[in-house]
Design a protein around this ligand. Structure first.
Ligand code: HEM
Length: 512
């Protein structure tokens, strides 16, 4: 018996909707993951079990939860099991190369320095970056950290000159004046102080001052909104991403849009004022914003970057340059607190080269021991713990064939601790390993990578090192310090590597 026309029509409509959806789901949830898994399996690469929807996330989350509830015994630097517990466990169980899953997204973990060199240097163009979560997108727009392809090439060309060492030299004054301002609130007597928050505030001040110069006050407004966006980004990690949700006016989205608007309105105001005053002032100014605008201006006077793109880069400077440097300084102070002999050595070096005056860029360049010490701090406590890249097409890394659209995880911390590159004392503190320079510190020239390397190396590397040396030198000139008995050694990954319970120290003014 033939079905009535309406019923046939309804069935036809329904099947034309549901069959493509079912096919898509089959491909995303079953076909593609099985094909990728089998490609790796054939090459002898395994990994944790994959759940249809959450992939390996459940095990990952529960390992992370377990880890953050346990501080580390003593002051051991063997922190991988706490800050990257899943990678630590899986690399022990499945070998140094393994495949795991974030939902339906395959992730291939690589700690082999030769493969990493291929990825970041020789085959750099074959990789792209993943789509970020909405809060990170609101934070960084298409700024350098997230930009890809031609956009990245153009932005990097414009931004590089602003971070040139000669330009940075002119910024030490601004950095020093922010540091003096922080130190003026410290004490003349012995006192306990939580320094991690102070250093975060300081690095925020420094980036606002060096990025926006005279527009510092408006710049701080931008960063206050950005701080809130960062907190929202942190809170939304691990959320299951529902396509299209970012466009709905949910409570969280409305708050996100409001903050983004506040940050961008302020930036628009700063940039437009610069454009208006440029003719009279004879240029856009010598802060990071001014230099970036200058190098974006072509011979015909037109800007190669749009207003929105300049705003994205300003937001990126703050995001990429503030917490990272604060964490470098925090871990540096932690290490100097537990190795008082190194504190004495560095203070001596600073006093010999700079006396009690404010160090300038040339003096900072001569602080060899301080430089080695900061390198060892970055090796043991790298502020950026891991990087991600995505294969833009099928390719080979070493002997491993990797399909298109596989995300590669590069856990910097694990590379920094491999005995094969750093010897049996890989987890021990020994700045002298850097006495022959960076590339000779480990047994592989690329085993040290706190700022990444290759074309996408951190653009703010020299800025951060100069800031690190300057702030540390100015603290050492004035104070000696040790850990407060209340300190709990609990390194913690929250975007960057920070101390979970802050860094309380006992400060004592030095009289030399
Ligand atoms: C100790 C401090 C810092 C550390 C450890 C650090 C580390 C890194 C790392 C590992 C990357 C590569 C990320 C990736 O490719 O996935 C990176 C990129 C970047 N960093 Fe830094 N960074 C620091 C300070 C700064 C500062 C002070 C600034 C700017 C003021 C900055 C701006 C950037 C930018 C714009 C990128 C993207 C570069 C590109 O993709 O072309 N960083 N940083």
């Amino acid at each position: 018996m033939a079905l009535p026309f309406e019923l046939r029509l309804t069935l036809l409509v329904l099947s034309s909707i549901f069959i493509p959806i079912a096919c898509k789901l089959f491909i995303v949830l079953i076909w593609k993951p099985l094909a990728i898994q089998s490609c790796f399996k054939k090459q002898g690469i395994g990994g944790p079990q994959r759940h249809l929807l959450h992939g390996s996330m459940q095990e990952m989350m529960s390992l992370e939860q377990e880890a953050i509830n346990k501080p580390i015994e003593g002051f051991s630097h063997d922190i991988a099991s706490r800050v990257l517990p899943a990678y630590h466990k899986w690399s022990k169980r499945y070998g140094e190369l393994f495949l795991y899953w974030v939902g339906t997204e395959p992730r291939f973990c690589v700690t082999d320095a030769d493969m990493i060199r291929e990825m970041l240097k020789t085959k750099f163009g074959l990789f792209t970056k993943d789509d970020p979560i909405p809060a990170l997108k609101a934070l960084l727009g298409k700024g350098l950290v997230l930009a890809t392809d031609e956009k990245w090439v153009e932005h990097r060309r414009v931004i590089n000159p602003a971070f040139h060492v000669d330009r940075l030299k002119g910024m030490t004054k601004a950095m020093a004046s922010c540091t003096i301002s922080m130190l003026s609130t410290w004490t003349d007597e012995e006192k306990e102080l939580e320094v991690h928050e102070q250093l975060k505030q300081l690095t925020a001040d420094i980036i606002a001052q060096t990025a926006f110069g005279s527009s510092y006050r408006e710049g701080k407004e931008v960063f206050t909104a950005q701080e809130e966006l960062i907190l929202m980004a942190i809170a939304s990690f691990g959320d299951i991403s529902v396509p299209g949700l970012q466009y709905l006016p949910t409570k969280r989205n409305r708050q996100l849009w409001k903050l983004e608007k506040r940050a961008r309105d302020n930036l628009k105001f700063i940039i437009n004022s610069r454009i208006r005053s440029a003719v009279k002032a004879g240029g856009f100014g010598d802060d990071l914003l001014g230099m970036m605008m200058e190098s974006s201006r072509g011979e015909d006077g037109r800007m190669s970057m749009s207003l929105n793109e300049i705003m994205d880069e300003c937001m990126t400077f703050f995001f990429a340059g503030h917490e990272t440097t604060a964490n470098l300084l925090t871990w540096a102070m932690f290490l100097l607190s537990i190795y008082p002999d190194w504190q004495t050595k560095l203070r001596q070096e600073v006093m010999d080269l700079c006396g009690r005056g404010t160090p300038d860029a040339d003096m900072l360049g001569k602080l060899k021991l301080t430089n080695m010490f900061l390198m060892e701090t970055l090796r043991l406590y790298p502020p950026v713990l891991l990087m991600l890249r995505k294969t833009a097409k099928e390719l080979k890394l070493g002997n491993v064939l990797i399909p298109k659209d596989v995300t590669i995880t590069l856990p910097i911390l694990m590379v920094h601790r491999k005995p094969e590159y750093w010897g049996e004392d890989a987890d021990e503190f020994n700045p002298l390993r850097f006495s022959q320079g960076l590339s000779r510190a480990g047994k592989h020239p690329n085993a040290m990578m706190p700022f990444s390397f290759g074309p996408r190396v951190c653009v703010g590397q020299s800025f951060a090192m100069m800031e690190g040396k300057l702030v540390l030198a100015m603290i050492l000139q004035r104070y000696s310090f040790s850990l407060s008995p209340g300190y709990k050694h609990a390194p913690f990954r929250l975007l960057t590597l920070r101390p979970q319970f802050g860094l309380p120290i006992l400060l004592q003014p030095v009289h030399v």
